[in-house]
Design a protein around this ligand. Structure first.
Ligand code: NAD
Length: 264
């Protein structure tokens, strides 16, 4: 069923999704666009493909190339969103990278990059975006954390530290804006099938000399009781829900979508 513009829940709103040229970020951008929002995409790689996919929903779309390791580029991106669409209403901090190695073998440059992209970038975007949301009396910030914000896994020190940090940052921002129309929440996905996870599947296949299919099943069997991947569209739908009036008193929440990973 097609909806007309006025019946779409986010018609007239502008959303920015960091790291939205791929995977979960693109799934979220699609869901927000289908709900009527104008979209600012960000990220590297398949930029044209991502822009065309989101444009096909009928949304207005722009892309900004800010590198999430660079605070001045992040600030320029938030200014760009406001100038291009008049305001920034929905901010999704999603950009993230992974590196798997034991602490005593973990390269320092990978540690620094993961903390910068997966954690500090969310501070820089919020710092620049939250005051405008408060002034206009409405805003939504959704931080894409992870089950690794709640529990650890061997080999993922930087990622787990960054994601625990994202949940702490989410709580503080939710408290600081608790008396406003601006909510700040986190989503904690389990394994979602994306290029980030494909790299881990390929590494298991190589390490254990097994097929990619067997490595996929092994990865899920180790952690995710449902033995199914979460989908990027499910994360997108949860993001749209967090933007709804029904979610206006969800503040500082950690929404787990993890196939029962953290129920164990
Ligand atoms: P992905 O590799 O498919 O996409 C990552 C996106 O981030 C891409 O658009 C990439 O261009 C962008 N990016 C990377 N470095 C950047 C930088 N320096 N500046 C700007 N953009 C940059 O990854 P994904 O699996 O879709 O992960 C997205 C988010 O979801 C991450 O924060 C990740 O930690 C989180 N997450 C993923 C899973 C999973 O199973 N895939 C589970 C839990 C949480």
């Amino acid at each position: 069923m097609t909806q007309n513009a006025s019946s779409k829940s986010l018609a007239g709103r502008t959303a920015l999704v960091t790291g939205s040229t791929s995977g979960i970020g693109l799934g979220i951008a699609m869901a927000l666009a289908e709900a009527g929002a104008n979209l600012v995409l960000n990220g590297f790689g398949e930029v044209d493909g991502a822009v065309s996919q989101v444009l096909a929903t009928g949304a207005e779309v722009a892309h900004h190339n800010a590198d999430m390791t660079k605070p001045e580029e992040i600030e320029a991106m938030i200014r760009f969103a406001k100038e291009r669409f008049g305001a920034l209403d929905v901010l999704v901090n999603n950009a993230g990278v992974q590196h798997v190695a034991a602490i005593d073998e973990f390269p320092t440059d990978r540690w620094n990059a993961i903390i910068a992209i997966n954690l500090s970038s969310a501070f820089h975007t919020m710092r620049a975006a939250l005051p405008g949301m408060r002034e206009r009396g409405w805003g939504r910030v959704i931080n894409i954390a992870s089950v690794h914000g709640l529990v650890g896994s061997v080999g993922k020190s930087a990622y787990v530290a960054a994601k625990h940090g994202v949940l702490g940052l989410t709580k503080v921002a939710a408290l600081e804006y608790a008396r406003t129309g601006v909510t700040v929440n986190a989503i904690c996905p389990g394994f979602v099938y994306t290029p980030l996870v494909q790299k881990q599947i390929d590494a298991i296949a190589e390490r254990d000399s097994i097929s990619v299919e067997a490595a996929r099943a092994k990865l899920l069997a180790e952690k995710q009781p449902s033995a199914e991947f979460v989908t990027t569209r499910q994360i997108g739908a949860a993001t749209v829900f967090l933007c709804s009036d029904a979610a206006s008193e969800m503040r500082g929440a950690e929404l787990k979508i993890d196939g029962a990973w953290t129920a164990q």
